[in-house]
Design a protein around this ligand. Structure first.
Ligand code: FAD
Ligand code: NAD
Length: 458
């Protein structure tokens, strides 16, 4: 096979890599992208998209169950049932549509997609194992976007009944009993979905509370809901081993389970990429980057999960877009005020910018206030009044430093929260903006008004 020569070579077609390649192509750079599996990466194939589809299906099914039981708001349903095979087919259909979409976008931008696993030979050359043999590619600039993979616990290796999120998203039937190790993003999102689908779910968390990365005020409504859904929570407990359907724990009683999903974090995919051929500065297994995503080697960039926290698709995409522009000669650097994070639990959690504790640890004097959904008309009309929106503003000039919230459907407010921070909005700007009624967004305006000392609806 003749060698390929190009200006930009991107390794990995996840959200980081494919966005980088599309933007590079749009900018007229001769670009090649290599992907070992399917375009779209973790997010689109075994992450964000299928998990949110599963969460949606589970939510809809659970709702019918509520109506069947109590006839809430005057609606009754009889004997709701789920054909999980059909649900899986529907989920796979969405993923396939997006795979095809990403491949089409790459093509339209003039990017060549090479299918196979890439390994570095040196800082300018990789060799790709393709179905037709080895393909060498030489590039002026290389972008590493190889993403991440689930962390495996030595005491609970993946295989058989012990699964990662990847297998949990493609189960052929709903397990009667599911144990989830790790009450982080994945454990709670997927664990809640299976509980709504009828599985008996137990969540095991090493720390003394669920979602330890968030403050307790934000996680309390989620915990309450987990309990309401019948999910057992074992905190300050570590999984020790799994044998004969029993998950032995350190710090708590053993759990009977048909399947055990281990979701204790993700590690960068830097093994078997030939990184030893390069002279890259690493922090543990993550690739160290600067504010332009440059690695310690000239002409080699790294983006996305492989560069560490926060391991989120939209951060990877933003880095990918920026790097393509830098390679094209534009003057760009990472100047984002905040990366929003959304946890798609029930209710959902959104955080953007600084929490009250983070602001305090930086010795910033703040004005913090929150508005509960209990006083929001829209929340009442949807029967979900749990949660609140909280604002954190600088005390002296009321510039917003952080916005957090928990509530049903609050993920959709993450955009307006992030926009407010990026635009340097003050409490007065939010308070003076007309928010349509009745919407959950009004809780943002009311939180700002409350911080200014004159909330209307509370
Ligand atoms: P990846 O998406 O991991 O893509 C890397 C790609 O590189 C892969 O396709 C891989 O096959 C390829 N590759 C690796 N090595 C090679 C090689 N040597 N040669 C060729 N190709 C290679 N994030 C959110 O923001 N929102 C969510 O709701 C969300 N939900 C998630 C749910 C789950 C269950 C999981 C597991 C993750 C979720 N994430 C979510 C995280 C999100 O998926 C990642 O942050 C995102 O995919 C990172 O993008 P990336 O481009 O860095 O890497
Ligand atoms: P996580 O870091 O969110 O949570 C892991 C949890 O496992 C932590 O609470 C940790 O204390 C616990 N833990 C660690 N070792 C343990 C042990 N031995 N026994 C019991 N508990 C243990 O990790 P995750 O849920 O695997 O998700 C990985 C990453 O994927 C996230 O950090 C996030 O970046 C990304 N993700 C994002 C979303 C989203 O944006 N909605 C959804 C899913 C995943």
């Amino acid at each position: 096979m003749p060698d390929i020569k190009c200006k930009v070579l991107v390794i990995g077609a996840g959200p980081g890599g494919y966005v980088c390649a599309i933007r590079a192509g749009q900018l007229g750079l001769d670009t090649v992208i290599v992907e070992a599996e399917r375009p779209g990466g973790t997010c689109l194939n075994v992450g964000c998209i299928p998990s949110k589809a599963l969460i949606h299906a589970a939510h809809e099914f659970h709702k019918l169950g509520v109506f069947a039981g109590r006839g809430a708001i005057g609606i009754t349903a009889t004997s709701p049932a789920i054909d999980f095979g059909a649900t899986q087919k529907w989920m796979a259909g969405i993923v396939k549509r997006l795979n095809t979409g990403v491949a089409g976008l790459l093509k339209r931008a003039g990017v060549r997609l090479v299918a196979g696993t890439a390994r570095f030979l040196d800082g300018k050359t990789v060799v790709v194992d393709t179905v037709d043999g080895e393909q060498r590619i030489r590039a002026e600039t290389i972008v590493i976007a190889t993403g991440s993979a689930p962390v495996e616990l030595p005491s609970l290796p993946f295989g058989g009944a012990v699964i990662s999120s990847t297998e949990a998203l493609t189960l052929d039937r709903i397990p009667a009993r599911l144990a989830v190790v790790g009450a982080g993003y994945i454990g709670l999102e997927i664990g809640t979905a299976y509980a709504k689908l009828g599985a008996e779910v137990t969540i095991v968390e090493a720390e003394d509370r669920i979602l330890p990365q968030y403050d307790e005020a934000l996680t309390a409504p989620v915990r309450k809901r987990l309990v309401k859904l019948g999910i057992a929570i074992r905190t300050a407990a570590k999984a020790r081993s799994f044998k004969d359907g029993r998950l032995e724990l350190e710090g708590a009683e053993a759990v009977e389970a048909e399947k055990v999903m281990v979701a204790v974090g993700r590690r960068p995919r830097t093994r078997r990429v030939g990184l030893e051929e390069l002279d890259l500065t690493m922090e543990r297994e993550f690739i160290t980057i600067d504010d332009r995503c440059r690695t310690s080697m000239r002409g080699v960039y790294a983006i996305g999960d492989v560069t560490g926290e926060p391991m989120l698709a939209h951060r990877a995409m933003a880095q990918g877009e920026m790097v393509a522009e830098i390679i094209a000669g534009k003057n760009r650097a990472w100047d984002k005020v905040a990366v929003p994070s959304v946890c798609f639990t029930d209710p959902e959690i959104v955080t953007v910018g600084l929490s009250p504790a983070e602001a305090m640890s930086r010795q910033i004097e703040t004005s913090v206030d929150q508005f509960p959904f209990q006083a929001n008309g829209r929340a009442m009309t949807t029967e979900r009044e749990d949660g609140f929106v909280r604002v954190v503003a600088r005390a002296d000039d009321s510039v917003l430093l952080g916005i957090q919230g928990v509530g049903e459907g609050i993920s959709e407010l993450s955009a307006v929260f992030a926009l407010a921070l990026e635009m340097g909005a003050r409490l007065e700007d939010v308070a003076a903006t007309i928010h349509a009624h009745p919407t959950r967004g009004e809780a943002f305006q009311e939180a700002a008004l409350k911080a200014l000392g004159h909330a209307i609806h509370i």
